[in-house]
Ligand binder design. Structure first.
Ligand code: GDP
Ligand code: MG
Length: 912
């Protein structure tokens, strides 16, 4: 954001200074800056100062820059980016190409030969899918600089690439990486366009607060929202038969809510023979603008490059269709300017490419006119903005999420990724352009009140450490002396060094007391730069960056990391470089806060695992413990001799089992998978007033009477969603009960009462416990609120205080019998998966009738034109999870191996 002011100041030289549009633009940008960073006026002031400096950067030696200015300069050159895609769209291939271009790997690895850097688990390499979010950092300098030398980002940016999983069975990981990213690259298949999982990840990118399946933060009144990510789309696989840039663009527009895709490139194809003259754009190259949805012209052509509409030049890669993966040196593009840079006259007469470029640039300005005033002015005046102004408008609109710039290429052929990296550096936000992360207070109603005149805790300029552990993995020979545990963390503010003492806090779960913060000591760090993960002994990592910490024993995914003595007193150790800055500028973090963390959905599928012998069984327990630290969506339950493992789908569990066998050399037997049913209530039910509970255990009399009412929680009636993510039961105490228990404050939450009163805790946990087993199949209840209307006991509160266990027993017994009496008003809820099945057109009938026998409902069927390129049909539908276990095999057999599918948990629905 701050850079934009830099742009304007530098544009002064461009004599635009006094124009009306300049002032308007500047005003709008300042407003935006205020909104987007939402920090102090102080900060805005500094930003402007900085950009004055940035404008004169060449005149100033670095020593004359203040620490603050240097810090802002550093932060402006950081990009925390994740690559997102539907499985198989080419996320890993794009990532590998980036790493090859950045010089990290000699040649881009290929998922097809299984030698990629980012998919580092053997299973990932074999399956060609990415399961773990691995972070890799690299430096990037312009590959194709803008022609005029005015861009403030003229030196190297550091890109932290967080590799995100493509398979929806791992959507938790997608959400987790969204929490620590500033920006996204969305890879889309040029043949298929937007696919089901593209829509899923788009939801995660644009509505980060909505994908908290567990609703645990909601439950205790926490606002766990992250700011949506700025995004660039990359239409990949343009070398494939049937690719269609225009089609892909239209699916981006039609299927991604709120996306405003704007093409900033036009694909170039080579047709027929060349009559090439050196240094000139070959005349057998044609542009295929996105308006050409049919691409009839291309029956014999193939993709060779793109028009860069911002600089009006053609970027053409050498023809490497023959080889699968090409070395970076063999694949350096040639750049052909299309217009004279000063006169803007076409350099080629009667060129289809130049015409297409001029048209597409006009369309680009037209689309930007809707979101940018200066572009509107150019559009209305039918004038062409300078490249620099166009670039500025695109950056502004991307940062404010008003547009989705769309680029294209074929990563496997080494085409299109350099401009993508340039655009990531140019258009995507730096940590300074983002809001500080959402903080929650661990005790309700004590949410930290920000002092708006100060720099917020978590802002990259704040000196105290705030970091989020977003990924925990075990890397052999890497984790120092411990078990190999490596914690990937995003540092929002402050700094972290080897051997620092940390305070680690976890966000509380409903029904649980907040855990005590733990003390930990950093053993060392791994080098993320270059992806070799070398051990660094004495390392420091600063705000805005991502780091890999070793030697931490108790940190799990989603934990908040602060420095010991950092908070409360405010006397803690600060970022050393900021030690002499006065504390008055900063909001001092108070105790009992943590980052919103990342919720993971409750598992929907359980299998029983058994090891060969009891000796192996205990080893299995250890292995599963390790795995569940890495993956919070994996739940492990030990009951006597059996181990139950629950996950988010068949593939999820398959991979866990695979890892147990392969990485840990343990043979396990797997039982039949069982589905996680829940039970719900259809109508409100109530006890007949106070119900008495009276038992004598030994010589102790246990007596209390309770009046309960159970109410089904209806999903928001306004949403059209058929299936709902089950919400855990909620217990509420009436005013009468509260005053009986001695709570006069009506605002105090059940959570707080549980924490302060043992009697209240017994009552609430008794009710909760009874709702863990529904009356039909003893499945956990969901979407239900239990109101405790009234309680009483012989001897009143003091008798209860003497024996709080009475209320636990009474409430759970009374609630359980209320549920049993009303069994007919309850229903079983079963998990429903949304499926996307791709099959050859002539097999659609078979697949549809098979789906019907599986109690599936079919949404839409998109039939490809069998004479044309999309020869496969796409079937969308919803099927109960219990009915599609083992579907991969049956689909293979009914379609003779031609069908493929993906399944995503959608929610639970009543069974009957
Ligand atoms: P991911 O699942 O999104 O990580 O996708 P991958 O990178 O694993 O790629 C899936 C498949 O698509 C692999 O077989 C790749 O070789 C192939 N692929 C990736 N990029 C391209 C491309 O640009 N052109 C073609 N033709 N195939 C590609
Ligand atoms: Mg992959």
């Amino acid at each position: 954001m701050s850079r934009r002011i830099g742009y304007i100041l530098t544009s002064e030289r461009n004599s635009k200074l006094l124009s009306r549009s300049y002032h308007r633009q500047r005003f709008a940008q300042c407003q935006l800056l205020k909104k987007a960073i939402c920090t102090s006026s102080f900060y805005i002031q500094t930003t402007i100062d900085y950009n004055l400096v940035s404008y004169q950067k060449r005149l100033l030696s670095s020593t004359s820059m203040s620490d603050r200015q240097r810090e802002i300069h550093r932060l402006e050159h950081i990009r925390n980016v994740g690559v997102f895609a539907h499985v198989d769209a080419g996320k890993t291939t794009v990532t590998e190409r980036m790493l090859a271009l950045a010089g990290i790997v000699q040649r881009a690895g290929s998922v097809d030969t299984g030698n990629t850097v980012t998919d580092f688990l053997p299973q990932e390499r074999e399956r060609g899918i990415t399961i773990q979010s691995a972070a890799i950092s690299f430096g990037w300098k312009w590959h194709n600089k803008p022609y005029n030398d005015k861009n403030p980002i003229d030196d190297e940016v550091t890109i932290h690439l967080i590799d995100t999983p493509g398979h929806v069975d791992f959507s938790v990981e997608v959400n987790r990486s969204v929490a620590v990213l500033d920006a996204a690259v969305l890879v889309v298949d040029a043949v298929a366009g937007v696919q089901a999982q593209t829509e899923t990840v788009w939801r995660a990118i644009t509505r980060p607060s909505m994908n908290n399946h567990e609703s645990r933060h909601h439950h205790i009144g926490m606002n766990a929202s992250h700011e949506p990510l700025s995004c660039i789309a990359f239409v990949n696989k343009m070398d494939k038969i049937g690719c269609n840039f225009g089609f892909a663009l239209s699916t981006l527009k039609n299927k991604l809510p709120g996306a405003n895709p704007v093409a900033i490139q036009v694909p170039l194809f080579q047709v027929g023979n060349t009559s090439e003259s050196k240094g000139k754009l070959p005349n057998n190259i044609i542009a295929v603008p996105s308006s050409d949805l049919q691409m009839k012209t291309l029956s014999s052509g193939h993709f060779v490059g793109v028009i860069d509409l911002l600089e009006m030049r053609a970027i053409v890669w050498p023809d490497t269709t023959s080889s699968q993966v090409s070395d970076v040196e063999e694949c350096i593009p040639t750049v052909y300017p299309l217009l004279d840079t000063t006169t803007k006259d076409p350099l080629y007469a009667d060129s289809q490419v130049v015409d297409a470029a001029i048209h597409a640039r006009h369309d680009l300005v037209a689309s930007l006119a809707d979101v940018d005033e200066s572009m509107e002015e150019y559009f209305l005046m039918e004038d062409d903005p300078s490249n620099f102004e166009l670039r500025t408008a695109i950056r502004n609109a991307t940062l404010s999420k008003k547009i989705l710039p769309v680029m294209t290429g074929a990563a496997l052929r080494g085409k299109g990724v350099e401009p993508l990296l340039d655009a990531m550096a140019d258009f995507l936000p730096s940590p300074l352009d983002r809001k500080p992360p959402a903080l929650i207070s661990k005790v309700q109603d004590k949410s930290p009140k920000g002092d708006d005149s100060k720099i917020k805790f978590g802002h990259p300029l704040h000196p105290y450490l705030l970091a989020l552990a977003f990924k925990v993995v075990h890397m052999k020979n890497r984790g120092g002396s411990g078990d190999g545990r490596v914690v990937f963390a995003r540092i929002y503010s402050g700094q972290i060094s080897s051997r620092d003492s940390l305070i680690v806090t976890s966000p509380p779960l409903p029904g649980e007391k907040p855990k005590k913060p733990l003390s930990e000591r950093v053993g060392g760090m791994l080098e993320l730069m270059g992806g070799s993960f070398n051990n660094l002994k004495d390392a420091v990592c600063y705000s805005g960056d991502v780091c890999a910490l070793v030697g931490l024993k108790n940190v799990t995914t989603g934990d908040t990391i602060m420095l010991a003595n950092n908070h409360d007193s405010g006397k803690g150790k600060k970022d050393k470089r900021k030690e002499n800055q006065s504390d008055e500028e900063y909001e001092i973090p108070r105790g009992d806060i943590c980052l919103a963390g990342v919720g993971s959905p409750k598992p929907v599928l359980t299998v029983r695992l058994e090891a060969e012998s009891s000796e192996h069984q205990s080893k299995l327990t250890d292995v599963l413990n390790l795995l569940s630290v890495e993956d919070p969506s994996l739940k492990v339950e030990e009951t006597g001799s059996t181990t139950l493992v629950s996950g988010l789908g068949e593939l999820h569990i398959e991979i866990i089992v695979d890892r147990i066998r392969r990485e840990h050399g343990l043979e396990v037997w797997i039982g039949k998978p069982s589905v996680a049913y829940r039970e719900g209530l259809r109508v409100e039910v109530e006890t007949a007033g106070l119900v008495n509970y009276d038992r004598t255990v030994g010589s102790t009399r246990m007596q209390a009477s309770i009046h309960l009412r159970l109410q089904p929680v209806r999903k928001d009636e306004t949403t059209s969603e058929t299936y709902s993510i089950p919400m855990d039961p909620i217990v509420k105490l009436s005013t009468k009960v509260r005053s009986f228990l001695g709570f006069s404050d009506t605002n105090i939450s059940e959570e707080q009462m549980s924490q302060t009163s043992e009697v209240a805790n017994a009552l609430i946990s008794g009710c909760r416990g009874a709702m863990k087993r529904g009356p039909i199949g003893a499945y956990e209840m969901a979407n239900i609120t239990c109101y405790v209307e009234e309680i009483d006991a012989d001897g009143g509160l003091s008798a209860l205080n003497a024996l709080p266990g009475v209320l636990r027993a009474a409430s759970s017994t009374i609630l359980a019998s209320l549920l049993n009496e009303n069994k007919s008003s309850c229903s079983t809820l079963e998990p429903i998966m949304s499926v996307e099945i791709s099959v050859p057109v002539d097999m659609v009938g078979t697949v549809l009738s098979d789906l019907t026998t599986r109690r599936g409902t079919v949404g839409d069927v998109i039939m490809g034109d069998s004479s044309e390129v999309h020869s496969k049909a796409m079937v969308h539908g919803s099927v109960p999870l219990s009915e599609i276990l083992g579907y991969a095999n049956s689909l293979r057999s009914i379609t003779a191996g031609e069908g493929s599918f993906s399944a995503e948990y959608e929610g639970h629905a009543p069974f009957d």
